[in-house]
Each structure stands twice: as C-alpha cells, then as structure tokens.
Design a protein around this ligand. Structure first.
Ligand code: G4P
Length: 283
C-alpha cells in the first residue's frame, strides 16, 4: 500500500517549537504505546538536545502489556525516563511528578548550587497528532486548558499551567509530524488512526491489519469471527459475513467490513495489541 501524505505547516510549527524549547527544562514526549517508534518524530532528539527527557507510553491500555514493559526497558536503556499511562482514565499519571523530579535532578541540583531554591521545573508536552497530548494535559492538569491554540502555526503567548510548586507545564503542546519514508511506518500510523482516513484505501489497510493479526495475534480472528482460513481477502469476506455487511445485490460490502475491522482494532475491541516490537524482543 502506498500512502501519500504531505503535512502542511511543518516548518513553521518546528520553528515555533524551537523557540518554546528554549524556555523549558524538560520535554515530556508522548508516544502511542502500540507503535512507540513509528509515533515518534526523530527531529525531537535534535530539538531537545540538552534538555531532560521523558517518554510517556500513552494509550498503554490499548497496547499489549508484555510489550509495554519491553518498550519501557528499551527507552530507559536510551536514557529516557519512562512512564506507562492511560491519559483517558488517568492511570499512571500519579507517578509522573516523582519521575519529573528524578529526570530533572541535575537542574534542581544546579539551581541549588546557585542559591535558587524551589524554582519549578518547566516542561513541555510534545508528540505527533492524535497521540493524546490534549487528553494528557487535561487529565494531568485536571482542567480543560489544553485546547487553546492547539493548532500548528497559531500565534500565541506562552501560558504556563502551574501544576504544583515544583512543576509548570507550557499550556500548548508541541506538535510534530510523524516521518514515514518507510511505508510500514505509514501503515502502522494509519492503523492507529493517526493519518486522515480520507486519504486511505480502507480495504488495503484492512488487509494489512489481517496480515499483522495472522502473524502476531492469530487467535483473534478465530475467536472473534470464527475464521480459520489463511487467505487475507477470504478473511475479509468472512468478516463481512460475520458482521452482515452486504451490498444491495447481496454482494459482500468489503469496505464496510474493512471499516468495522479497523475500528475494532483502534478501539481495542480486538484486544490489546502492539504493532511493533523493540528489536531485542522481536523474533
Ligand atoms: P492530540 O492532542 O495529541 O492530537 O490527541 P487527543 O488528546 O485529541 O487524543 C486523541 C484521541 O485519543 C482521543 O480520542 C482521546 O480520547 C484518545 N486518547 C488519548 N489518550 C488516550 C489513552 O491513554 N487511552 C485511550 N484509549 N485513548 C486515549 P477521540 O476518539 O478523538 O476522542 P474521544 O471520543 O475520546 O473524546
């Protein structure tokens, strides 16, 4: 499948982020726990050079817990402080304050040596669209304050949300775009819903999902749809049959079936599934 997708405003947003990053001590980078690498933009490593770094494995409720742990180890081995969170339910958020203090230990110590006591850590949330930045800021800050100016290229003054005496958050998240010269990355992002559906060929995407399920979660098709066959198109037809997706003439409506299958994956109805694995644990 060939996904063509050219984001606008990228340079402008990146420039704005560069300015914002000068003001902060800590970058809180949200990734989607189902695709922790594909949902990153590697530019953040350059943009954030010299800053303390945290990775939040967001939507961890939708990802396979075994791999959540493997990804936590993976990022920790690269020097990130990592927390698994579900921004929607708030689970994992309580750990963050402690981890922020740990991540910013050097800055706090530096301040202390200069006689600056109790200066709050200033942090900024960054991530690709749809990864959960607004949801996270709203749940973490406990109020609906992340929507304002949450668009690339919108002029804004910097507003800080004071979370407690030791942490302030920039109210506007930094939006980065995913990179996908690699088509597999594009497919994974399409599967989690981070690429505008209107530009996608849904039946091809459903076939990709079926391929992935067959390889990594083979029981799901059997248990949920009673499907035993191996052929991907046949499987899609079986999904159409199981979910009564019929066109007027009695033909199976494969587009409708594709949408159902993809939505079921995105909403976690097929179960908790991770789409990519750290190299260490891949087989
Ligand atoms: P963004 O600012 O990074 O673009 O993302 P946003 O917060 O708008 O979140 C995108 C979608 O992801 C939202 O769903 C949101 O509810 C969902 N979401 C965010 N964090 C989590 C999480 O940890 N777990 C789960 N399961 N979902 C999460 P939506 O369908 O667009 O909106 P809604 O129907 O939930 O209101």
């Amino acid at each position: 499948m060939n996904i063509q997708w050219y984001p606008g405003h990228m340079t402008k947003a990146k420039r704005a982020m560069k300015e914002d990053i000068k003001l902060i001590d800590l970058i809180i980078e949200l990734v989607d726990a189902r695709v922790p690498l594909s949902s990153r933009n590697p530019d953040i490593d350059d943009l954030g050079a010299g800053k303390a770094r945290m990775v939040l494995l967001n939507k961890s409720d939708l990802a396979d817990e075994r791999y959540n742990n493997a990804w936590t180890e993976y990022f920790e081995a690269q020097g990130f402080h990592v927390v698994k969170v579900n921004s929607k339910s708030g689970s994992g958020l309580k750990q963050i304050n402690g981890v922020v203090q740990e991540a910013c230990k050097e800055k706090i110590e530096r301040d202390r040596r200069r006689g600056i006591l109790n200066r709050p850590v200033r942090a900024m949330v960054v991530g690709i669209p749809n990864v959960g930045k607004s949801t996270f800021i709203n749940s973490f800050a406990g109020k609906a304050c992340a929507k304002t100016g949450n668009k690339p290229g919108v002029t804004k003054g910097n507003q800080w949300i004071r979370l407690n005496k030791s942490l302030e958050l920039l109210d506007t998240p930094g939006i980065l775009w995913p990179r996908f010269e690699d088509q597999q990355v594009g497919i994974r992002l399409a599967l989690i819903g981070s690429i505008n559906d209107q530009i996608l060929n849904k039946d091809e995407l459903a076939i990709e999902l079926i391929r992935f399920l067959k390889r990594d979660y083979p029981n799901v098709l059997k248990e949920r749809f009673g499907i035993e066959t191996e052929d991907e198109y046949q499987i899609l037809k079986e999904v159409a049959k199981a979910r009564a997706c019929l066109q007027k003439g009695g033909e199976y409506d494969l587009i409708k079936a594709s949408n159902i299958l993809i939505d079921d994956y995105r909403n976690g109805k097929l179960g908790r599934m991770t789409l990519e694995f750290p190299i260490k644990t891949a087989e």
